[in-house]
Design a protein around this ligand. Sequence first.
Ligand SMILES: Cc1cc2nc3c(=O)[nH]c(=O)nc-3n(C[C@H](O)[C@H](O)[C@H](O)COP(=O)(O)O)c2cc1C
Ligand code: SF4
Length: 586
Amino acid sequence: MTAYPRQPNSLVQLLREAQAKHGWLPRPLLARLAGELGLSLAHVEGVASFYRFFHLQPVGRYRLLFSDNITDRMLGNQALMADLCARLGVQPGVMRSDGRVSVATASCTGLGDQGPALLVNHHQVVTRLDAQRVARIAELVEADVPPAQWPAEWSVVDDNIRRADVLLGSTLAPGEALAAASARGAEGTLEEVKRSNLRGRGGAGFATGTKWDLCRQAPGEQRVVVCNADEGEPGTFKDRVLLTRHADLVFEGMTVAALAIGATQGFVYLRGEYRYLLDHLEAVLQRRRHANLLGANILGRAGFDFDITIHLGAGAYVCGEESALIESLEGQRGTPRIRPPFPVEQGYLGRPTSVNNVETFCAAAHIALRGSTWWAGLGTPKSTGTKIHSISGDCARPGLYEYPFGTRVETMLVDCGARDTQAVQVGGPSGSCLSVSEFGRRICFEDVPTAGALMVFDRSRDMFEVARNFAQFFAHESCGFCTPCRVGTELVVRRMDKLAAGRGSRHDVEVLYELDKLMHGATHCGLGGAACNPLRDTIAKFRPSYERRLKSLHFVPGFDLDAELSEARAATGRDDAGAHLESSHE
Ligand SMILES: Cc1cc2nc3c(=O)[nH]c(=O)nc-3n(C[C@H](O)[C@H](O)[C@H](O)COP(=O)(O)O)c2cc1C
Ligand code: SF4
């Protein structure tokens, strides 16, 4: 297990360790840590308070977090949570008076193929919750049985690989790709990755070879390779499986990147929800060190020194954004940085840093071994290779499906056993919502891009409730740094709650449109920019699900124009925000 140096850069990891020991983070403990690290107490408290998995107030010894993605809701998580709360005599989000237990919700825990899911004390999962499991959990908590002694089968996480292609369907021997890369040399490897036209799998699709080259060329003494395993986009769980089954391949791809870039330091930023994978990943790293696949003079190549440290996140979706991730790696709050400079120029501790997705590294390892021509022969000209999709929701066979880029949505729906589908959400809440007429579209950067989630909704689902769940997600995960996102995401939720309660009017729908427009150009990072995507798509494509909630088209009891306007202005920082409201009420 990694021993984190007791220095300010390790603050997030040291807070994790302290909380694991004490259950929560009392002030005197934070003060001691601040003193030891030469930081102010205000700074340490500021960092700790940023992350949802850190508790500055006492929490129950059993901390039970229900995953609250829309797919968990479709599987009945809300009723199960209400049942558990009733059995334990506890209010959601409030510690029981005897200090034994607290129950709350968390954003998607990356188990959409086997939900509803529960996270216990931030390090153990329970999958496939049902009424019997809930009843038994209540008994175990009351009998004070430690989670480690709960039935082992509850914590089994299946890989659910349903369609494997080149990445999921083959296993490389550890060191095989690295040896090929070493034989080609650093520049040869970089050229090979460039020629393959591999594009990043984290969402934006930036050319991997170009990113590595920028990092290699940037001035600096030390270079850094970071594997982004934050996988916070609701509905995405492919990286979980890659890390479980193909950890060697992930680390191999990172080491290939280190060779190409000239990096000496590597990090895996592993989301806190995947804490249960940590021991396995550390064991694989250790094996690779013993096999001289990490460490000094890797594979006997003089001067090829590289090692990898795992850094655990603590429940903040925004830390998947690469500059926020780097802040977190440095022991800070996960606030996205102003760019430029980009991480490839000045990243971790000011060093040139390449941040890539887990799947990108797997693809790079395969390219190092099999070559760019082979890879570029798969997929489409602008989206080479294959893509792994996490499919969940209304389908008979949820799980992982790997297809060449360019595959049509309808093919995927048939393969996963979806019936009577009315919509698919591609790329998670930040992505796009497709209706039936669009199922012939193809998944690729030229048509429908994706980071790897595909959630299926049949005709029994209320698309307004889907969009509302996503709106709640963004409001919950906004880091609060910039006003348009902090206030805007809250206003969206309030508007949707009002519509859900049957108290909304057409004005509310207009305000939602307005907020979408204003947030798009005004937010500091991609989270705020994407926050209204589901709203826009569902209003445009599933308008009846909004309209049947409208109370009145003209007279709206309780409609307070001044309050509406000041809210919209506060949200956007623009004086003209909400002008349409004035004209419509004149
Ligand atoms: C709010 C937000 C969350 C993100 N979360 C992730 C994530 O969990 N995993 C990921 O690989 N990229 C995520 N990204 C994209 C990263 O910023 C970055 O583009 C990516 O890690 C680069 O890797 P790639 O070049 O291999 O795609 C996120 C971006 C935003 C704006
Ligand atoms: S857009 Fe949202 S998540 Fe991004 S920096 Fe602003 S407040 Fe934070």
